[in-house]
Every structure is written in structure tokens, then in C-alpha cells.
Design a binder for this molecule. Structure first.
Ligand code: MEV
Length: 315
């Protein structure tokens, strides 16, 4: 038997990093997906095949998940737990296909965890989106123990959402957001950047607390601007958010240049995700999309992103 599921990548409009300290983040699922294909196999084996590498693991043996490359651990964990939960005798082979460049802040790891959880679960019993999210977050934390769960949440449910430690909420936004994503082509490690911010916070406790309050206010203003479809204010707030991310040391010269160029023609721009490389997003509508694309194309790989409203899907 084979079960297939896919899940979208994401951008973060507001609140990356600060979400780990109690601030609400605003995220949007995008129309780039990862597909996971899980096959039930006779051998007592979990086998992962992906463009980033392959791994094999013997479940219920002395073989230890942590001995495998870090990015494989979530998938081995998902498959192992499903075999245990459903008392299955055989094994699972899982393959991935991705439209989301890895390590670029577009949520490829979380989307892979969500798609893997949905496809493996469907081999036995289809799970609810909440159950899939729970599996995905637990598996993601085998790779990166501090993950907030924000990326997995938006990948599971799709659309535009707010996320905090208190939960998630869908934002009803009829008009569709115009976003251009430009890639710095600088790879990054979310884990290292989260540690960098933790260090910044421990060296600047008061300042960081003030910045969290500021970010909280920025998010409230952004939600009001979204409700009014006020792109001018929303874009200005995104650019302010970029400044906050620069102050906590997660931007780079390339990201700053992309943001500065994008700001000349768009409503506003910022890095998205953990930073240290990865992508920026620029807010546009039909009046300034072409001009912004033209500018950014000269210095980066860029594309127009649409909101994904489906979230995780079984095929
Ligand atoms: C990464 O896309 C977003 C971070 O806030 C980490 C997290 O929320 O888990 C940097």
C-alpha cells in the first residue's frame, strides 16, 4: 500500500524569533509544496529517500535515531512511532519530492514533517489535522528542540494565521496578499540563529524585553492594517519588523540590500524566517509587482507567491 500527502511551505510576515519568547507571529502558507510518499513494506525497516540523502533504520532494535543525520530524525521518528502505535509487523519506505528550496526560511523542514506525518498516518488510519500537527511538531523537535511549532501549524492548516504559545487563529483575509519572495542564496541554520538570539537576549535582557513589547504592538497594528486592507501601513510595519530583526543580529548584508532595493518600489519588505540568509518578502499589489520583480531579478532569484489555502492534503 502507498499513501501520499503534501504540505505547503510558508513565509513569516511578523514575529519570527520573538514568537519563541511569547510574542504572536503572523504567518502565511505559500503555493510551494513538499510531497511525501509512504509505502508499507514487508521488511522490518524504515527507509527514507530524499534529494538530501537516504537513511535506513531498524525499528525496535539497538539502532538509535540520534545516530542518523539530524535532518532524517523527524521522519524516522514519525515512521517508528506509527509502526508502534498501530502494532504493524513490516516497515515503511518514505520518499520526498520538493518545490521548496531547503534552508531558505520557507518552511521546508516543517512542511516535510507535516507531509510525512500525514502520509505515514494514512497507511494505517487517516488522522485529523490537529493529530497530524501534533506528530509533526514532536518529530520536528527531534531535530530542533526549541521549534515553536509556528511553521508546522501554518503548513498543516494553510492560509494566513497568527501563532503563539497560546494557540493559533485563522485570519480571514479575502483580498489575497501580493508577496514577492527573493532568495539571498545564503544557506542558514535555524538552530544556530535561534541560539544567537538567545545569547543576544541573555546579554541584553532589558532591551530584549522592550523589543518584545514593541513587536507585540507591531503585530497588533499589522492585524488592524490587514483587516482594513491597508497595504501602505502593513508594508511600513514589515520594514519596521526587518529593523527589529537586524537589531537582534539575524540579518546579513545581502538580506539588507535585498530589503532596501525592494522597499524602493514595494509597500515594504523584510527577511522572513530565521534569517542569517534565506529569503526576504516584499509586499506588493498589481500596481507595483512588475517593477519590484524587475528590480529584484537583477540581484536575486525571485518569484511571486500566492497564499495556499489548503494546508496539508492527502492525495
Ligand atoms: C523559523 O522559521 C522561525 C523561528 O521563529 C523559529 C521557530 O519559530 O521555531 C526563527
Amino acid at each position: 500500500m502507498t499513501a501520499v500527502a503534501s504540505a505547503p511551505g510558508k513565509v513569516i510576515l511578523f514575529g519570527e524569533h520573538f514568537v519563541l519568547y511569547g510574542v504572536k507571529a503572523v504567518l502565511c502558507a505559500i503555493d510551494r509544496r513538499i510531497t511525501a510518499r509512504s509505502h508499507a513494506i514487508g521488511e522490518r525497516l524504515i527507509r527514507i529517500k530524499s534529494s538530501m540523502g537516504n537513511a535506513e533504520f531498524v525499528p525496535s532494535s539497538a539502532d538509535i535515531i540520534n545516530a542518523h543525520p539530524i535532518f532524517m530524525r523527524p521522519f524516522l521518528t514519525i515512521a517508528e512511532q506509527a509502526l508502534r502505535e498501530f502494532g504493524a509487523d513490516g516497515g515503511i519506505e518514505m520518499e520526498f519530492e520538493s518545490e521548496i528550496p531547503p534552508g531558505m526560511g520557507l518552511g521546508s523542514s516543517s512542511a516535510a514533517c507535516v507531509a510525512a506525518a500525514a502520509s505515514v498516518a494514512a497507511l494505517f488510519r487517516k488522522k485529523t489535522k490537529d493529530e497530524i500537527l501534533d506528530m509533526a511538531i514532536k518529530s520536528e523537535r527531534t531535530m530542533f528542540e526549541d521549534a515553536s511549532g509556528a511553521d508546522s501549524a501554518v503548513s498543516t492548516f494553510g492560509g494566513l494565521v497568527t501563532f503563539s504559545s497560546e494557540g493559533r487563529e485563522k485570519i480571514d483575509y479575502e483580498d489575497g496578499l501580493g508577496l514577492i519572495i527573493a532568495n539571498s542564496n545564503q544557506a542558514h541554520s535555524t538552530r544556530e540563529l535561534v541560539l544567537r538570539v538567545r545569547e543576544f537576549r541573555s546579554n541584553n535582557e532589558r532591551l530584549f524585553a522592550e523589543m518584545c513589547d514593541l513587536e507585540d504592538r507591531l503585530v497588533d497594528e499589522a492585524l488592524t492594517a490587514l483587516r482594513k486592507n491597508d497595504l501602505v501601513t502593513l508594508g511600513t510595519l514589515m520594514s519596521k519588523n526587518h529593523e527589529m530583526l537586524r537589531r537582534i543580529n539575524v540579518s546579513t548584508d545581502v538580506l539588507d540590500k535585498l530589503v532596501a532595493e525592494a522597499c524602493n518600489t514595494s509597500y515594504g519588505a523584510k527577511l522572513t524566517g530565521a534569517g542569517g540568509g534565506g529569503c526576504i518578502i516584499a509586499l506588493v499589489d498589481e500596481s507595483n509587482t512588475a517593477r519590484t520583480l524587475e528590480t529584484l531579478k537583477k540581484i536575486s532569484d525571485c518569484f511571486v507567491a500566492r497564499i495556499d489555502l489548503r494546508g496539508v492534503c492527502n492525495e
